[in-house]
Design a protein. Structure first.
Length: 447
């Protein structure tokens, strides 16, 4: 009997090790989550005290102990409200004692990670006096597997997986304009393909500027309403978008009909307040390499000045007209010339892939968080698609985009080519369909 028990335990341990190596999600849901919960319950008080996350007993309790000649009361441990297991880890809801701060737990995240023997620990404040600590049981970003059910809506797409297992969304209505920075082979193209693949099935117009002769965006031509593959066409395309933006504002102004008897809810201030039959189609503009537009060998280049001026106007005024910018580049600093810093100030979304120097990360995160700058410089070379996303609030997270091949993105664009709207203002920039590949692999089509 003892022999059979030993064999069963050995087989069970072997299965656990195999799952941990090949299927970390299955291992976590079958073995890891139980072990982690027990570890937290048994170690919680000792870990809080070792990490200096406790507070002294109240003055009343200490006074009573002195009067009654009893030992000094122990340190008070923050109250653990509940533990909730997730697909990738645990979430702990903790109530703080007076005098404690959420920043103390954020600063102690590395010590908590070692104490609870988990891969990652992050914390956030839920409300005054209550924080939530997310424990990630394994390296979620090593092999990105997006959840089967993700939220999708107009101009809101799932883009990547966050290090704590949550899904990172690109929501154009909340963050209308964004910049993505990274060196060659860092994963910018993978992020770009994922965005295009997700937007291809939505009723939006895709516009691209790719001054590398269209090698990056040309294969998606069947789904794009306009593409420019050289700086001259890019200048004219951007100015045509500015003209369309002004026409859209004229339409909004005619529809407002402001009068004393008009309810506030019926007054239009952007395209989303217009009736659906009058609402223009939103436009997402993808610029593959900003340096090809902003750099110039001439001291005073009229073409370059017109391009930057049009970009600044679209970044400042395009949101209400339904025009959104996605700008990609290896660097995005003042060395690109006048107007670049003004343009960068209008780009709320900041994503940095692997960079070779700290100054490149500072171009995106210098005004957000120095910790995000440091994190961007620590991305390893073998983690293509991994990036740091910063928010204007000073918060930042690590994400990684699932690997999207060129063929998968092309297949999505060809499948939804009928959704590409015809924009009269951009008709001369409409790509030739016969330049785009038409074959769709059977495996991808079935998916």
């Amino acid at each position: 009997m003892t022999t059979w028990i030993g064999i069963a335990l050995a087989v069970l341990a072997g299965v656990a090790l195999l799952l941990k190596w090949r299927r970390p999600v299955w291992y976590w849901l079958s073995f890891g989550v139980t072990l982690a919960i027990l570890r937290v319950l048994f170690r919680y008080a000792a870990v809080m005290e070792a990490c200096r996350l406790t507070v002294p007993a109240s003055r009343m309790r200490r006074a009573l102990a002195r009067w009654m000649k009893k030992p000094v009361p122990q340190q008070r441990v923050p109250r653990l409200l509940w533990i909730r297991p997730t697909r990738t880890g645990l979430r702990l809801r903790i109530r703080l004692w007076p005098g404690q701060d959420a920043f103390e737990f954020a600063a102690a995240s590395d010590r908590l990670r070692h104490s609870f023997a988990v891969h990652q620990v992050t914390s956030r404040e839920i409300k005054p006096g209550v924080i939530e600590i997310a424990l990630t049981g394994y390296d979620v970003l090593k092999r990105v597997q997006m959840p089967a059910n993700t939220e999708r809506s107009l101009l809101k797409i799932p883009l990547a997986l966050v290090e704590d297992g949550a899904v990172h969304y690109r929501d154009y209505r909340e963050v209308p304009h964004a910049i993505t920075v990274g060196v060659t082979q860092s994963g910018k193209s993978v992020t770009q393909r994922t965005v295009i693949k997700e937007l291809a099935s939505q009723p939006v117009a895709l516009v691209g500027i790719d001054c590398k002769k269209g090698v990056e965006l040309g294969p998606f031509a069947r789904r794009f309403s306009a593409i420019a593959d050289n700086p001259d066409d890019a200048m004219e395309l951007l100015e045509a978008l500015v003209a369309r933006m002004e026409i859209t504002y004229d339409s909004i102004r005619r529809t407002q009909r402001i009068s004393a008897d008009t309810p506030d809810a019926e007054i239009a201030a952007n395209i989303w307040d217009l009736p659906e039959d009058l609402r223009p189609v939103p436009i997402v503009v993808t610029i593959d390499e900003i340096a090809e537009l902003a750099l110039s060998t001439k001291k005073n280049d009229p073409r370059r000045d017109r391009i930057v001026k049009a970009l600044v106007r679209l970044a400042q005024l395009g949101r209400a007209a339904g025009i959104f910018l996605d700008i990609y580049g290896q660097r995005f600093g003042s060395e690109l010339g006048d107007g670049i810093t003004m343009l960068r100030a209008q780009l709320t979304g900041r994503m940095v892939h692997r960079v070779n120097d700290e100054s490149t990360a500072k171009m995106a995160f210098g005004d957000i968080s120095p910790h995000a700058v440091f994190a961007a410089t620590q991305i390893p070379n073998n983690r293509r698609g991994m990036a740091v996303v910063g928010y204007s609030t000073g918060e930042w997270v690590r994400i990684r985009t699932p690997h999207t091949t060129m063929r998968q993105a092309v297949a999505a664009c060809n499948k939804h080519a009928h959704l590409a709207p015809d924009l009269p203002e951009l008709a001369r920039f409409r790509p030739l369909h016969d330049l785009a590949p038409v074959e769709v692999p059977a495996v991808i089509e079935a998916a």
